[in-house]
Every structure is written in C-alpha cells, then in structure tokens.
Design a protein. Structure first.
Length: 135
C-alpha cells in the first residue's frame, strides 16, 4: 500500500504517505464549493507532473554528470467544465545549473520532460504545454 486518505469533512482530506509518514491535506477548490486553503486534488496532479519532470531530470543528471540544482517549474492548471476535468497543464521549466547546458544536455533534458512517468500516465486528452527557459 502506498498511502491512505482520510476524509475530514468540510471538503478536506488528509493524505498520509505510508513509507515516510508524511501527512498533507487537500481541499476542494473555490470554483467547486471548497475553501481553496490547500492544494486541490487536480492542483496536485498538475504539480506532480512538474515534480516528476524535475526529479527524473535529477536522476538522469546524476548518472550523466548534469547538475540541475536550482532549477524550478511554474505550473498552471486549466480546468474544463464539460466534462469537469483538467483540460491543460502548462509547465514552464527554468533550468539552472552551475554551467550553461550544452546542446546535447538540452536534448536529454527536453526528452526526459516528455517521457517522465506522470507525463506518460496522464490521459492523452489532457493537453500538456511545456516551455523550457535555459537560465
């Protein structure tokens, strides 16, 4: 088992990661009867995509001697209303490292972004827009 989810009432859930014991909460978003005081479940999906991209880049980077320390992602989630679902996830990756990236390193990083496990797991109807800024 990976995790447990406890419905606490008030459109809030407590999520527990069993291996680490880490607990986070999420809320329904304000546009769907919630308080928006925490990440919504769909916010977490969109943010997980960016986190997966950067984490996977870090793994491959460690193997190939490419540092992405200090890199970050800006995430925008766009919902559709009929049906209510994530319609698009926009990710802007700001890639930083101790040195400028070579063309070969850029190609490796770009490929990792669109082949990470979360990217591959999302339904094809969810549009994924990626911009990479080489800082």
């Amino acid at each position: 088992m990976t995790s447990t989810v406890l419905y606490k009432g008030g459109l809030r859930c407590e999520l527990k990661h069993l291996q680490s014991g880490t607990i986070i909460e999420n809320d329904a978003p304000t546009d769907n009867h919630g308080m928006g005081a925490r990440f919504s479940p769909t916010d977490m999906v969109a943010t997980a995509l960016a986190s997966c991209m950067l984490t996977t880049m870090g793994i491959i980077g460690n193997d190939k001697g490419i540092s992405i320390d200090g890199s970050e992602a800006e995430v925008t989630k766009i919902m559709t209303s009929n049906p209510r679902m994530i319609g698009e996830i926009q990710i802007k990756l700001i890639m930083r490292g101790p040195n400028s990236f070579t063309d070969k390193e850029k190609a490796i990083i770009e490929n990792i972004a669109v082949t990470c496990p979360v990217y591959r797991s999302l339904h094809p109807d969810v549009k994924k827009t990626l911009e990479i800024v080489w800082a």
